[in-house]
Design a protein around this ligand. Structure first.
Ligand code: HXC
Length: 518
C-alpha cells in the first residue's frame, strides 16, 4: 500500500474514532439536557489543550452478537489536558456508546489515565454518565471496576481525584466516585444509588424516584456523598476549575500560592462588629472568615451539609489554607455527627496534600441528646479527634469565643499537636459553660438556700466562674494558648505564623496504617 493510501486509511479510522457515535444518539443525549463526552472535556479543559489517547481501543466481547458491534474508543474518552495551565488527566464516559457502560477495555482506558496521573503527579477528573457494568461482559466488566476501585484507593492522598456526575451512576459503579476526594453532581441529570427505583419497588414495595433516592440535592444535604450540586453542566466544570486553583497537583508539591495584592498585615477592625461578645448570641462565622482572608474570597465546600461547621479554602498573604470553623448560626455551632465527619474528612484531605489548616473556634460542645448518641456521636466525634491528631501539616487555631469541654480539645487544640494557638480576649476556655458548671458545683448549696436567694447566689457564682475560668488567660498562662491577640490583628498574626510554618517538619511513627474509628 502506498503511503497516500496508508494515510487515507488512517484518516478514515480516525474519523470513525472521533465521530463514531451516530447523530441520532447525540441528539438523544442533547434532548436529555446532557452534553456529549467530548463537549464536556472541551468545557472542562483550557481551550485546545486536550490530547486524547486510546482512540482505537475496542471491546473484546463475543457474547450477544457484540463482536459485530465494535466502536473505536468504546464507551469512554480519555487523555490529558490543562486547567489554568496545569496538567490534569481526564476520562469522560460516552453515553452514546453502549450507554457509557464499562467494558473491560473501557475500564483499562480509565485505569491507564489514572496510572499516568499518579506517575506524573497530576490530578485526575472523571466525568461519569453510564449504565454501569457492561452487562454483556459479565465478570470481565466487574474485574474492570475492581481495578478502578483499587487505583482510587491506592492513589488516594497522592493525587487529587475529582468526580463529576453528569448522568446515571448506579450499582457498584457509585463506589468509584465515592472513593474520590470531591464529587460534583449536576442537578436534574445526575443520580447516584446502589439500587434504583424499580428494585426498591420490587424488594421493599416502596414507590420512589431517582431524584428522591439519589439526586444532587440528597447527596449534598443528607448523605455527604457529593461536595457540590451544580446548577448546570457548565457550572460543574467551572467549579472544578476553580477548586483546582486551591489544591496542589500532588502530595509532594506543597500548598498553592495565589497571587494577591491584599496586604497580609491589613487590620480587620470590622470583626468587632461581627462577633457579639455575649457568648449566647449568634453570628455568621463566614463573615469573619471573609474579613480575614485575601480579597474576602472564601471557596466553601459542602455548604448545604452540616452547616454548623464550615469548611473550605482561602488564601492569606497568598498562602492557601484549609479553614475549619464552627458556625454559631446553626445549633449554636455545636458539633454533631454530621459536622464531625464533614470536618474530619476535610482535615485529612488537607493533611494529605500539605495544605495548612486554620481552625476558628466558637463551640459550646458536642451536640447532646438521644438521637445524637444513637447516631454515633462517640465514633464520629472520635474521627475528628483522629484527623486533627494525625495531621502533621502546619496547624493554626484561633479561639474567637467559646471553647468548652471535649469540643475545645478536638477543634485543633494545642494538645493535638497544633503549632500555634491564638485566642481573642473574648475567648472562654473551660470544661463547660458557666451556667452548667455552676449548677453542678453548687447543686447542694442552692438546695439549702431559700428560693429568693438562689437567683442571686447563682448570678454571683456564674460571675466568679467566668472570671476564674471562662477567659483565655488561664490557658495563656500555661502556654496552651500561645498568645492572646486583638481581634483586629488576626489576619496579620495568622500570616506571620503561617509564613515560617511552611517549612515545618513532623511525621507520624512508622506503621502500616492507623485505625480510624468507624
Ligand atoms: C450494556 C447498556 C447498559 C449496561 C445501558 N445500556 N446500560 N448496555 N450494559 N449496563 C445500553 C442500553 O441497552 C441502550 O442501548 C443504551 O445503553 C442507552 O440506554 P437506555 O436505556 O436507552 O437509556 P436511558 O433510557 O437513558 O436509561 C439509562 C439507564 C438504563 C437508567 C442507565 O439504561 C439502565 O437502567 N441501564 C442498566 C443499569 C444497570 O442496572 N446497570 C448495572 C448496574 S450494576 P441501545 O442500543 O438499545 O440504545 C453495576 C455493577 C457494577 O454496574 C459493579 C461494580 C462493583
Amino acid at each position: 500500500m502506498s503511503i497516500a493510501n496508508v494515510i487515507n486509511d488512517y484518516n478514515k479510522r480516525l474519523e470513525q474514532a472521533l465521530y463514531s457515535n451516530d447523530n441520532e444518539r447525540i441528539q438523544k443525549q442533547h434532548s436529555k439536557g446532557k452534553l456529549t463526552a467530548r463537549e464536556r472535556i472541551n468545557l472542562l479543559l483550557d481551550e485546545g489543550s486536550f490530547v486524547e489517547i486510546d482512540r482505537f481501543v475496542v471491546h473484546r466481547c463475543h457474547n450477544f452478537g457484540m463482536e459485530k458491534k465494535k466502536i473505536y474508543g468504546d464507551a469512554v474518552v480519555v487523555g490529558k489536558g490543562k486547567i489554568n495551565g496545569r496538567t490534569v488527566f481526564v476520562f469522560s464516559q460516552d453515553f452514546t456508546v453502549f450507554g457509557g457502560s464499562v467494558s473491560k477495555a473501557a475500564a483499562e482506558k480509565i485505569c491507564k489515565v489514572i496510572d499516568l496521573a499518579y506517575k506524573t503527579g497530576a490530578p485526575v477528573v472523571g466525568i461519569n454518565d453510564s449504565g454501569g457494568a457492561r452487562i454483556q461482559e459479565g465478570v470481565d466488566s466487574l474485574a474492570g471496576y475492581g481495578e478502578i476501585f483499587l487505583r482510587n484507593v491506592r492513589y488516594s492522598g497522592t493525587i487529587p481525584q475529582i468526580s463529576i456526575i453528569a448522568g446515571p451512576c448506579a450499582g457498584g459503579a457509585v463506589y468509584s466516585p465515592a472513593l474520590t476526594d470531591f464529587v460534583v453532581m449536576v442537578k436534574d441529570i445526575a443520580n447516584m444509588f446502589v439500587t434504583g427505583p424499580d428494585v426498591v419497588k420490587a424488594v421493599m414495595g416502596v414507590e420512589t424516584t431517582k431524584d428522591e433516592l439519589g439526586g444532587a440535592e440528597i447527596h449534598t444535604t443528607k448523605t455527604q456523598v457529593a461536595t457540590y450540586a451544580a446548577v448546570t453542566e457548565e457550572d460543574a466544570y467551572a467549579w472544578v476549575r476553580e477548586l483546582l486553583n486551591f489544591i496542589p497537583s500532588n502530595n509532594a508539591e506543597g500548598p498553592r500560592i495565589i497571587e494577591s495584592r491584599d496586604d497580609p498585615n491589613r487590620e480587620v477592625s470590622h470583626v468587632y462588629n461581627l462577633v457579639p461578645s455575649d457568648p449566647l448570641k449568634a453570628y455568621d462565622v463566614k463573615k469573619v472568615i471573609e474579613a480575614m482572608v485575601d480579597d474576602a474570597y472564601f471557596f466553601e465546600l459542602q455548604e448545604n451539609f452540616a452547616p454548623n461547621i464550615v469548611i473550605g479554602f482561602a488564601s492569606i498573604g497568598g498562602i492557601v489554607v484549609g479553614i475549619v470553623a464552627n458556625q454559631p448560626l446553626h445549633f449554636a455551632g455545636a458539633i454533631d455527627c454530621k459536622a464531625a465527619v464533614k470536618a474530619a474528612r476535610f482535615v485529612r484531605f488537607c493533611n494529605a496534600f500539605q495544605i495548612p489548616i486554620l481552625t476558628l473556634v466558637d463551640v459550646p460542645g458536642f451536640m447532646p441528646g438521644i438521637e445524637q448518641e444513637h447516631s454515633g456521636i462517640i465514633a464520629h466525634g472520635a474521627k475528628l479527634l483522629f484527623a486533627y491528631s494525625e495531621a502533621t501539616v502546619p496547624k493554626i487555631t484561633v479561639i474567637l469565643r467559646k471553647a468548652y469541654g471535649g469540643a475545645y480539645i478536638v477543634m485543633g487544640s494545642k494538645h493535638l499537636a497544633t503549632d500555634i494557638n491564638l485566642a481573642w480576649p473574648t475567648a472562654e476556655i473551660a470544661v463547660m459553660g458557666p451556667e452548667g458548671a455552676v449548677n453542678i458545683l453548687y447543686k447542694r448549696k442552692f438546695a439549702n438556700l431559700k428560693k429568693e436567694e438562689v437567683a442571686l447566689a447563682r448570678k454571683a457564682a456564674v460571675e466568679e466562674y467566668r472570671q476564674n475560668f471562662a477567659n483565655p488567660y488561664v490557658a495563656a498562662q500555661t502556654g496552651y494558648i500561645d498568645d492572646v491577640i486583638d481581634p483586629k490583628d488576626t489576619r496579620k498574626f495568622i500570616y506571620k505564623h503561617l509564613e515560617y510554618l511552611l517549612t515545618k517538619r513532623d511525621s507520624l511513627p512508622p506503621k502500616k496504617n492507623g485505625n480510624i474509628p468507624l
